[in-house]
Design a protein around this ligand. Structure first.
Ligand SMILES: [Zn+2]
Length: 121
Protein backbone atom coordinates (compact mmCIF):
# COMPACT_ATOMS: atom_id res chain seq x y z
CA UNK A 1 0.00 0.00 0.00
CA UNK A 2 2.62 2.52 0.98
CA UNK A 3 4.75 3.84 -1.87
CA UNK A 4 7.21 5.31 0.58
CA UNK A 5 10.57 3.77 1.35
CA UNK A 6 10.27 3.90 5.12
CA UNK A 7 13.70 2.36 5.66
CA UNK A 8 15.25 5.35 3.96
CA UNK A 9 13.27 7.78 6.09
CA UNK A 10 14.06 5.83 9.20
CA UNK A 11 17.72 6.41 8.36
CA UNK A 12 17.16 10.11 7.72
CA UNK A 13 15.25 10.47 10.98
CA UNK A 14 17.84 8.58 12.98
CA UNK A 15 20.58 10.73 11.50
CA UNK A 16 18.69 13.93 12.25
CA UNK A 17 17.92 12.69 15.75
CA UNK A 18 21.64 12.27 16.38
CA UNK A 19 22.35 15.76 15.10
CA UNK A 20 19.67 17.34 17.31
CA UNK A 21 20.80 15.32 20.30
CA UNK A 22 24.37 16.52 19.80
CA UNK A 23 23.15 20.11 19.54
CA UNK A 24 21.20 19.70 22.78
CA UNK A 25 24.18 18.20 24.53
CA UNK A 26 26.22 21.19 23.40
CA UNK A 27 23.65 23.60 24.79
CA UNK A 28 23.57 21.82 28.12
CA UNK A 29 27.31 22.30 28.50
CA UNK A 30 27.65 26.05 28.37
CA UNK A 31 31.39 25.91 28.75
CA UNK A 32 32.49 22.90 26.79
CA UNK A 33 36.07 22.05 27.43
CA UNK A 34 36.66 18.44 26.63
CA UNK A 35 33.19 17.07 26.05
CA UNK A 36 34.34 13.51 25.86
CA UNK A 37 36.31 13.54 29.09
CA UNK A 38 34.19 15.83 31.22
CA UNK A 39 30.74 15.41 29.79
CA UNK A 40 29.57 13.11 32.53
CA UNK A 41 30.77 14.93 35.62
CA UNK A 42 30.11 18.62 34.94
CA UNK A 43 26.37 18.42 35.59
CA UNK A 44 26.26 20.56 38.72
CA UNK A 45 28.61 23.27 37.54
CA UNK A 46 27.23 26.74 38.24
CA UNK A 47 28.51 30.26 37.83
CA UNK A 48 26.70 32.34 40.45
CA UNK A 49 28.72 35.48 39.73
CA UNK A 50 27.75 35.57 36.07
CA UNK A 51 23.99 35.46 36.44
CA UNK A 52 23.31 39.12 35.67
CA UNK A 53 25.19 39.47 32.42
CA UNK A 54 24.33 36.07 31.04
CA UNK A 55 20.59 36.12 31.47
CA UNK A 56 19.96 37.29 27.94
CA UNK A 57 22.25 34.75 26.31
CA UNK A 58 20.76 32.04 28.44
CA UNK A 59 17.25 32.93 27.31
CA UNK A 60 18.29 32.69 23.70
CA UNK A 61 19.80 29.29 24.40
CA UNK A 62 16.64 28.14 26.13
CA UNK A 63 14.57 29.11 23.12
CA UNK A 64 16.90 27.18 20.89
CA UNK A 65 16.83 24.29 23.30
CA UNK A 66 13.03 24.30 23.25
CA UNK A 67 13.05 24.20 19.48
CA UNK A 68 15.48 21.32 19.41
CA UNK A 69 13.41 19.47 21.98
CA UNK A 70 10.31 20.00 19.87
CA UNK A 71 12.09 18.63 16.80
CA UNK A 72 13.35 15.69 18.82
CA UNK A 73 9.81 14.88 19.92
CA UNK A 74 8.56 15.08 16.35
CA UNK A 75 11.37 12.83 15.15
CA UNK A 76 10.50 10.28 17.83
CA UNK A 77 6.84 10.47 16.86
CA UNK A 78 7.75 9.95 13.20
CA UNK A 79 9.90 6.92 14.07
CA UNK A 80 6.94 5.58 16.00
CA UNK A 81 4.71 6.06 12.96
CA UNK A 82 7.19 4.07 10.89
CA UNK A 83 6.83 1.25 13.41
CA UNK A 84 3.06 1.51 13.25
CA UNK A 85 2.96 1.68 9.46
CA UNK A 86 1.29 5.09 9.35
CA UNK A 87 4.36 7.07 8.35
CA UNK A 88 4.05 9.55 5.48
CA UNK A 89 0.29 9.91 5.78
CA UNK A 90 -1.33 13.23 6.65
CA UNK A 91 -2.86 12.98 10.09
CA UNK A 92 -5.70 15.31 9.10
CA UNK A 93 -6.86 14.18 5.67
CA UNK A 94 -5.17 10.77 5.51
CA UNK A 95 -3.56 11.46 2.13
CA UNK A 96 -0.02 10.43 1.27
CA UNK A 97 2.47 13.21 1.96
CA UNK A 98 4.64 13.83 -1.15
CA UNK A 99 8.09 12.21 -0.81
CA UNK A 100 9.80 15.52 -1.70
CA UNK A 101 8.22 17.06 1.38
CA UNK A 102 9.32 14.15 3.53
CA UNK A 103 12.84 14.43 2.12
CA UNK A 104 13.02 18.04 3.28
CA UNK A 105 11.34 17.45 6.65
CA UNK A 106 11.16 13.73 7.41
CA UNK A 107 9.25 14.35 10.66
CA UNK A 108 6.20 16.10 9.14
CA UNK A 109 2.80 14.51 9.69
CA UNK A 110 0.73 17.00 7.69
CA UNK A 111 0.34 17.50 3.95
CA UNK A 112 1.15 20.99 2.67
CA UNK A 113 -2.55 21.91 2.40
CA UNK A 114 -3.34 21.05 5.99
CA UNK A 115 -0.13 22.65 7.19
CA UNK A 116 -1.19 25.90 5.53
CA UNK A 117 -4.70 25.67 6.95
CA UNK A 118 -3.24 25.13 10.39
CA UNK A 119 -0.90 28.10 10.06
CA UNK A 120 -3.74 30.34 8.93
CA UNK A 121 -5.69 29.23 11.97
ZN1 LIG B 1 -3.78 16.62 4.69
Amino acid sequence: MSAIDTERFRELLTEERGRVQTALDGLQHQYPRSLEEEGEESGSETHPGDMGTETFDRELDLTLEDNEHAVLERIDAALQRIEEGTYGVCRVCGKQIPPERLEAMPWVDLCIDDQRKLERG
